[in-house]
Design a protein around this ligand. Structure first.
Ligand code: SAM
Length: 281
């Protein structure tokens, strides 16, 4: 289903206004490919019909469907391994020592897609840090896509998805077969609190200050102005001695001088510089 230039511009402006995601000039094919199933589903015959409907009705439900179809949601369990190894070997042992007196730990996966990232952290904690069961542990996971969040909450994954990253002992311990796929056990699912959050919109005042923020493989889709605005909010939501994890191809360099890259084991993560004073929490 082909899209003309005017409709293409309308769709990418809509996506940009609602999510801050930038669709470059060469993404016409992507829009055609990803919106074709939406068109079929809602019984429209052309991209032009869809855009006309979007223009006239301004239906936020239809807008959300278009956005959900266009976001890239690729993810996997224990993606890139090294961040999880560093968490296990160095970062969590250190944070546990530092937080002994208040016994609270707040971790946030911002842009969690279908849940593999927060559930990887939950399994790692259950496996290696059983003492945290008596702590106030908040593992929050958010995304802009309701469709992804609904999937994530079910904890149901296909054979292919578990093959991508779940080690056999964890599969045996924390998953049950369910139809053709697998479902995560209730004890892991209940550790994660999912909610919708648009990183490019104002963040809720109720967001607790975090010990660790995983914001991996999402900044890459934004322009520099949006990245800076989001990092400024991260700065205010991260504890002075907390950790920010970005994707392998992402950085704070040249975007926000308050952060410094720090190598921990085999991963580079980001910490607030000690002379940085914005976060007083
Ligand atoms: C490529 S996935 C990354 C998932 C996971 N963090 C990982 O690294 O495996 C990017 C996710 O960012 C989400 N996303 C895109 N724009 C967003 C926004 N403005 N606010 C919140 N989430 C957004 C998408 O819905 C998608 O699930």
């Amino acid at each position: 289903m082909a899209i003309n230039q005017m409709d293409f511009d309308y769709i990418r402006k809509l996506v940009r206004d609602r999510t801050a995601l930038v669709l470059s000039d060469d993404k016409q094919y992507l829009i055609e490919f990803r919106l074709s199933p939406v068109l079929k589903d809602i019984g429209m015959r052309s991209m032009q019909d869809l855009v006309t409907h979007l223009r006239i009705s301004k239906s936020s439900h239809l807008q959300q469907r278009v956005i959900e179809a266009l976001v890239t949601t690729e993810t996997l369990f224990f993606r890139d391994n090294h961040p999880f190894a560093a968490l296990r070997q160095s970062i969590l042992p250190q944070l546990i020592r530092q937080r002994q007196s208040d016994r609270k730990l707040h971790i946030w996966c911002a842009a969690c897609s279908s849940g593999q990232e927060p559930y990887s952290i939950a399994m790692l904690i259950r496996e290696h840090f059983p003492e945290l069961a008596s702590w106030q542990l908040r593992l929050m996971a958010s995304d802009i896509s309701n469709q992804m969040l609904e999937r994530a909450k079910t904890g149901y994954y296909s054979q292919h998805e578990v093959n991508r990253g779940v080690p056999k002992p964890l599969l045996d311990r924390y998953f049950q077969t369910q139809g053709k796929g697998w479902q995560l056990s209730q004890q892991i699912r209940q550790m994660v609190d999912f909610q919708q959050l648009n990183l490019a919109a104002p963040w809720p005042q109720t967001l607790p200050v975090m010990d660790m923020i995983f914001m991996r493989n999402v900044l890459i889709y934004f322009d520099a102005v949006t990245k800076k605005a989001i990092l400024k909010k991260v700065r205010q939501s991260l504890r002075a001695d907390g950790y920010l994890f970005l994707g392998g191809g992402e950085t704070t360099l040249n975007l926000d001088a308050a952060f410094e890259p720090v190598q921990i084991d085999n991963v580079v993560c980001f910490r607030l510089r000690s002379n940085h004073s914005t976060n007083t929490r």
